[in-house]
Design a protein around this ligand. Structure first.
Ligand code: FAD
Length: 320
């Protein structure tokens, strides 16, 4: 039995979810009594293969095809690897890219797909857990199929750290250029630069309590004073005050910083789904009954316009 996990990289860097897939894949392979194979597709695959060579990985397949992510290349390469390896489980990241190709791959291979998986238990069959209704309930699915595909939620498994001694093999995918569907002409970051809030150690996150766009410099100043990254709840992005890549939550990014400071954020389930894995959560909110306090480690029940300037000064900044 083989578990095949598809890794992910972006702009020359391996994404954390790839090493989390090693942990999830190894866990499932142990329960099923099988091997763990990884695939890395795109440019610089040999360097990524070295980075992916962690304890528990049996084989790493490199598919040297193009520099940037291309839906058609990934779909064709994964289908061909699947035909070759005949894996029981196909694991993919529940990321923007993963969700782009996973349904197409599953459909083409005619295997069931469960997305956004947060728990795995294997025996004769496999049980997978996922959240529904914005995290209000967890549902367990018993997959009764010989072969299946799963997308694994980022930040649910630890990153695999220990060095390994996997075999590294080049896989020669036969890509049909005419069937790609899209051509990648280049890569341009959307507004917000190349900030990746999911990689930040400290996040200062702002919500509707900030009231107006003109007040944003206040929280930006706190982020500067703390050497932190600015993120937000969805209304701030919906209002166009910050770009979409700053949004934390169910329809934004999942973050796991050391410290998450929620300022004027109520703690709706859709927001909490994206930040509950933070090590230490600090909330600043005037409403003592705000749900954010249910998960906060420290809370300041007070007006953010009073508290934040004091914090800025405390940390050596200057309030605007
Ligand atoms: P509010 O809920 O309005 O809270 C503002 C808070 O600020 C209040 O608790 C208030 O007490 C406090 N406050 C007000 N003034 C002050 C002050 N002066 N000082 C201190 N505190 C103050 N939301 C996300 O964030 N991310 C998502 O990915 C996301 N995805 C969604 C997906 C779906 C399908 C749906 C239906 C919703 C989604 N939402 C998401 C929206 C979510 O339901 C909430 O509406 C949103 O999180 C609320 O944002 P907020 O906490 O900033 O605003």
């Amino acid at each position: 039995m083989t578990v095949l996990a598809i890794t992910e990289h972006r702009r020359g860097e391996l994404r954390d979810v790839s090493l989390e897939l090693v942990s999830a894949g190894r866990e499932l392979a142990d329960e099923l009594g099988g091997d763990l194979a990884l695939a890395v597709i795109g440019g610089d695959v040999d360097a990524f293969a070295d980075e992916l060579n962690r304890d528990g990985v049996d084989t790493i397949y490199t598919v040297d095809e193009g520099e940037e992510f291309n839906h058609g290349v990934y779909t064709q390469a994964i289908e061909q690897l699947h035909d070759e390896l005949d894996p029981t489980a196909l694991l993919m990241p529940n990321s923007v890219n993963g969700l782009d190709y996973a349904p197409a791959v599953a459909q083409s291979l005619d295997i069931p797909l469960v997305t956004d998986v947060i728990g795995l238990e294997g025996d004769e069959t496999v049980e997978v857990t996922r959240e529904q209704y914005g995290g209000k309930v967890e549902t367990t699915y018993d997959i009764d199929a010989d072969q299946y595909a799963l997308t694994v939620r980022p930040a649910e498994w630890p990153t695999a750290e220990a060095d390994g001694d996997a075999a590294i093999e080049a896989f020669d995918a036969d890509i049909d250029e005419d069937a790609l569907g899209t051509t990648v002409n280049g890569f341009e970051e959307v507004g917000g630069g190349d900030v990746d809030i999911s990689e930040a150690d400290v996040l200062v996150s702002v919500g509707r309590g900030i009231e107006e766009e003109e007040n944003l410099p206040l929280v930006e100043e706190l982020a500067d004073a703390l050497d932190a990254t600015l993120s937000s709840s969805r209304p701030i992005v919906d209002n166009g005050w910050l770009p979409a890549n700053r949004q934390v939550g169910q329809s934004g990014k999942v973050v796991t910083p050391d410290v998450y400071i929620a300022i004027g954020i109520s703690g709706a389930v859709q927001h909490v789904a994206g930040m509950k894995g933070s090590d230490t959560i600090v909330a600043i909110n005037t409403d003592p009954n705000a749900p954010i306090y249910d998960i906060a480690d420290y809370g300041i029940v007070d007006d953010l316009f009073e508290v934040v300037p004091e914090l800025i000064e405390e940390f050596g900044g200057e309030a605007p």
